[in-house]
Design a binder for this molecule. Structure first.
Ligand code: ADP
Length: 324
């Protein structure tokens, strides 16, 4: 292997070592707030609370049994929308659904419930990463047992984004060794991309996300140039107040409702190297990178899970054989 390969592997090993000696707890800022929603809350009201707090997910609490009841994410709202599409005559009922009904909704539309994984905050961060990759969870709750009451408490939730940011900020000496271009690494997806245009309806895009099990669809013009990205979280403002009939609106309309502090979309080229991607993650709130050519034509998409998977698993077996 070339010196570049050796360096790359050295960088990856450095990051893996780091993830093994740090805990999920280390990722948390010194002070933070956590919005936990009661499972008895109406789904309709939960939308407003998320929007008002500028968040896109929250742990659920079963106050009858004093237990953690899973994580509310945009996938749950997409499930409610699918339910509405399958049973449009039930709109009255949809309005009355509580968060505790989410499991019934999953059953009614025939999707498998997401595995409710959690990790203990003091376990190695590496473990949280492996578990995220295994379950395809984009975020994972940190659940601890309260010393006094002996009950479960949700300490916080960590996302793939937080973890990559933590890696980027604390591992510059390792990420700078990752000099191979994304094209060579095969990082991301370049074939059978799910895309839409500004004139597609929001519902079209939601169906695409469900079908491909993805949380973002690039929006392109007729020449295949990238205009924007529609994300699963963009669904939340669309159905605020129970306005399910407005899902027939166009993507263009929906994207104009984004909050003023929207972080923007990030692009890169196929010749960009992983070190520069880590620089972007270090500086910005990146949730995925869209790969474009010099004419801003869509080439591919690199999700945070693609990066995490590469960083954790590339060459792992060989390493294990050599006893590293
Ligand atoms: P995301 O949350 O961005 O959907 P995931 O980590 O769930 O990302 O992505 C799963 C896989 O799907 C990744 O390998 C990613 O490259 C790929 N992917 C993401 N978006 C698209 C898309 N619009 N079309 C095709 N594949 C995609």
């Amino acid at each position: 292997s070339s010196p570049l390969d050796k360096e790359q592997m050295q960088g990856l090993r450095g990051i893996r070592e780091f993830l093994k000696v740090r805990t999920s707890y280390d990722v948390l800022p010194l002070s933070f707030r956590l919005v936990v929603l009661d499972n008895d809350l109406l789904i309709k009201k939960s939308l407003n609370i998320l929007i008002q707090n500028g968040i896109v997910s929250a742990p659920l609490w079963d106050s009858r049994n004093s237990t953690f009841a899973g994580l509310l994410t945009s996938t749950d709202y997409i499930n409610v929308i699918q339910y509405y599409c399958q049973f449009p005559e039930d709109l009255d009922q949809v309005d009355k659904f509580r968060l505790s009904s989410l499991r019934e909704i999953e059953r009614a539309i025939g999707v498998l419930p997401l595995e409710t994984v959690s990790v203990h905050p003091m376990r190695p961060l590496y473990e949280a990463c492996r578990r995220m990759l295994k379950t395809r969870a984009r975020r994972i709750p940190l659940v601890d047992i309260d010393d006094e009451t002996g009950r479960e408490t949700v300490v916080s939730v960590i996302t793939q984004y937080r973890i990559l940011k933590f890696i980027a900020v604390n591992n510059e000496q390792h990420t700078m060794l990752l000099k191979k271009p994304v094209r060579e690494l095969g990082l991301g997806t370049y074939r059978n991309l799910a895309v839409a245009t500004m004139n597609n309806s929001v519902l079209d895009v939601i169906h695409l996300m469900v079908k491909h099990n993805i949380s973002a669809v690039p929006i392109v013009d007729r020449d295949g140039k990238l205009l924007n990205v529609f994300e699963a979280v963009d669904v939340i403002p669309c159905i605020k107040g129970g306005a399910y009939d407005e899902l027939s609106a166009t993507v263009g309309d929906a994207l104009s409702r984004r909050a003023d502090d929207f972080a923007g979309i990030y692009t890169c080229g196929e010749d960009d190297r992983l070190d520069s991607i880590f620089d972007t993650v270090r500086k910005s709130r990146v949730h995925r990178l869209v790969v474009v050519d010099d004419d801003s034509r869509l080439k591919g998409i690199i999700s945070l899970s693609d990066i995490l998977k590469y960083v954790l698993l590339y060459g792992e077996e060989e390493d294990a054989i050599r006893g590293n």
